[in-house]
Design a protein around this ligand. Structure first.
Ligand SMILES: [Zn+2]
Length: 254
């Protein structure tokens, strides 16, 4: 036991991501989805140990969140009324600007590709023979029911948060909570990313753990700092080093 814990304390840095991918497979944590048919890009299956580990993480998070008077749980459906995504701005604004190279057929994002931003060049072959940037919505679209027409379009949710908003009143009245209070959820979300990758760290189908905390206007900074502290404590408790944790300020995208 003591040798095991001293081993765990050793700091080893990873050579490359492929080492982690191979190890995860060999030990039964993560397998490539549909591997026997050549694999499905950016989709991963959690194996015997991986599925258990994932469950443990979810359980720890769920308990930290919902074993409090001021937070309730929610398990909303993945498919929601399409008006939800219209109201949230996802139908009109949840998109990446994409450019096609007419020579090598590479498709890339125009807003984060250096060769394009600086020289209007294809990052793959250097060609200037490019399409104009076009907006590509990141939501997975499908049809509900037997008829595939415009009226039957539904989306796989790109985030769990909208379930919190549309159920805000249901949750508040049934739990008899007053602001400040929160709603927590764990569930699958889907984003049709043009550049997924980096193993399980950027995938098109993923599981989210999200808690929205609703506060009185004006007290948001206070609550934000309090929650930041609580979340850092949570990760430290489960062995994350303080130096490996950082709060990332989100900037408003134009
Ligand atoms: Zn090209």
């Amino acid at each position: 036991m003591s040798s095991m814990s001293s081993k765990l304390k050793e700091t080893r840095s990873l050579k490359d991501l492929q080492t982690l991918v191979s190890l995860s497979k060999r030990r039964g944590f993560v397998f490539q989805s549909s591997e026997i048919y050549g694999g499905l890009n950016s989709c991963w299956d959690y194996g015997p140990l991986g599925s258990q580990m994932k469950l443990n993480i979810k359980k720890a998070w769920w308990q930290a969140m919902t074993r409090r008077q001021d937070i309730v749980g929610l398990d909303a459906a993945i498919l929601m009324h399409p008006t939800v995504w219209k109201a949230s701005g996802h139908i009109d604004g949840f998109s990446d600007p994409l450019v096609d190279c007419k020579d090598c057929k590479t498709r890339f994002r125009s807003d984060n590709t250096d060769s394009y931003l600086q020289f209007k060049k294809c990052p793959q072959c250097g060609s200037h023979n490019l399409s104009e940037p076009r907006h590509f919505n990141l939501m997975f679209k499908t049809h509900m029911g037997p008829v595939e027409d415009e009226g039957s379009v539904v989306y796989l949710r790109p985030e769990t948060a909208q379930g919190h908003y549309v159920n805000f009143l249901n949750c508040q009245t049934t739990s008899r909570n007053k602001i400040p209070f929160g709603i927590a959820a764990i569930g699958k979300s889907f984003r049709n990313e043009i550049t997924p990758g980096n193993f399980v760290f950027r995938t098109r189908e993923f599981e989210q753990m999200e808690m929205q905390y609703f506060v009185k206007p004006g007290s948001d900074e206070l609550w934000f700092e309090k929650w930041k502290e609580l979340r850092f404590e949570f990760y430290s408790k489960y062995g994350f080093k303080a130096t490996h944790l950082r709060a990332h300020p989100m900037v408003q995208e134009s």
